[in-house]
Design a protein around this ligand. Structure first.
Ligand code: C6P
Length: 406
């Protein structure tokens, strides 16, 4: 097991607390991650020293705020190896990024009968925006099926599924099952037939090295809060050629170059897609988070997370009456499960009483859960600050809880 937690655990003030008289075991990292001091300090420093509005004033503070915001754009571009800083549009997170693509590129390019190919693994954020677009345009949805509890994509009929597809939009890592999808291969196949591609990297950004040029996608979305950054900021990578063809998302300040009473001219991309005062403090925090993660190393983080998931899966498989979901290999750092005759809500509530934080429910993948035939699963999701002894504690708590509930 890697020595990462030993080195960095003290950087996270929230992890040092007790919950219900027990040391916190935070295994809800797929929902949101805890924040290191470097991120908290960057946000505080911004508000204490540099706070102003961006792109407007000629005064010192406004220049500093602009430098903070635009510096974060450079940092995001570098983090995902985008060809240019202009490829990065700041959003509130993954959800807004995907809605932006649906409302702009989708509305301008998809019409009646056009096919949008998704997978059965998708989070509601990569499903509902397309359903809304289908209602407006008459386009249609098609799904790459999952094989079963192991949650891998059934790619045996991918050529048939790709026929006539205009957009392929899929998750990189499933938040519900942990499946790591072969996004580069699928994007290449989709692009070979002229389709545009979007990768939902909400669960992969900050968890493994991301390279949009190696993946070869046209769009990629992620959230800052899932990689040690603050809530309310995320990014959309959008290839510049596509941005040029996309109508604006929202109207307002910042996104215009000239406004008359009856019409307006728009700012150049990516500013055209960033109406209103942006989340500068969020950008400062995101920048600090990316620096923090790169100093540890994304390869090491991925190895650590998947090792913990593997270990947890092994320990869980010793329980009687357990059903474990997700693939054995090619996976992210989480494990989902249910117990026969045990309500997931009872399980999570009793675990919380012992200081163990896990998530239960459909994890915003209701259709997937329907397909698996379960209303809810329990999910333990790991990050680089979690330890093997926390997994041991989690297993010990589960043993107690299951005994109590059965
Ligand atoms: N999944 C989870 O507990 P936002 O809310 O915009 O930051 O991220 C949305 C989102 C999109 N795609 C995937 C694959 C996700 O996992 C998420 C967020 C959280 O699994 C909250 S439901």
């Amino acid at each position: 097991m890697s020595a990462i937690p030993e080195r960095i655990r003290d950087d996270f003030p929230a992890l040092a607390q007790e919950i219900n008289g027990h040391p916190l075991v935070y295994f809800d990292n797929a929902a949101t991650t805890q924040k290191p001091r470097a991120v908290l300090d960057a946000i505080q420093k911004y508000y204490e020293h540099d706070n102003a509005n961006v792109h407007r004033g000629i005064h010192e503070l406004s220049n500093r705020a602009t430098a903070t915001y635009e510096g974060a754009r450079d940092r995001v571009a570098q983090f995902i190896n985008a060809p240019a800083r202009e490829d990065i549009i700041f959003t509130r997170g993954t959800t807004e990024a995907i809605n932006l693509v649906a409302a702009t590129w989708g509305a301008a390019n998809l019409g009646a009968g056009d096919v949008i190919l998704l997978t059965e693994l998708e989070h509601h954020s990569n499903l509902v925006p397309w359903q809304l677009l289908v209602e407006r345009t008459g386009a249609q949805l098609r799904f790459i099926p999952v094989t079963g509890d192991e949650g891998t994509l059934d790619l045996s009929v991918i050529d048939n599924l790709l026929a006539g597809v205009k957009l392929l939009s899929l998750t990189h890592i499933s938040n519900a099952l942990g499946t790591l999808n072969p996004v580069a291969e699928l994007c290449a196949q989709a692009q070979a037939i002229g389709a545009v591609t979007l990768v939902d990297a909400a669960q992969s950004a900050g968890h493994l090295p991301l390279d949009v040029q190696a993946i070869g996608c046209d769009f990629l979305a992620f959230s800052g809060h899932k990689l040690c950054g603050p809530t309310g900021i995320g990014a959309l990578f959008a290839r510049r050629e596509l941005q040029e063809t996309m109508p604006p998302y929202q109207g307002g300040g910042e996104m215009i170059s000239k406004v008359e009473f009856h019409k307006s001219e728009f700012n150049v991309p990516p500013h055209k897609f960033e109406a209103g005062t942006p989340n500068v403090a969020g950008a400062a925090g995101l920048h600090a988070a990316l620096d923090y993660l790169d100093a540890i190393g994304l390869d090491s983080i991925h190895a650590h997370d998947t090792e913990l998931a593997q270990y947890a899966q092994e320990q869980l498989s010793g329980f009687e009456g357990i059903r474990i979901f997700g693939p054995a290999a090619e996976r992210g750092g989480l494990v989902s499960f249910i117990f026969e005759n045990v309500h997931a809500l009872d399980l999570a509530t009793l675990a919380d009483q012992q200081g163990v934080a896990i998530r239960i429910g459909h994890h915003c993948t209701q259709p997937l859960h329907e397909k698996l035939g379960v209303p809810a699963t329990a999910r333990a999701s790991f990050y680089f600050y979690n330890t093997r002894s926390e997994v041991d504690r989690f297993i010990e708590v589960l043993q107690k809880v299951i005994k109590l509930l059965k």
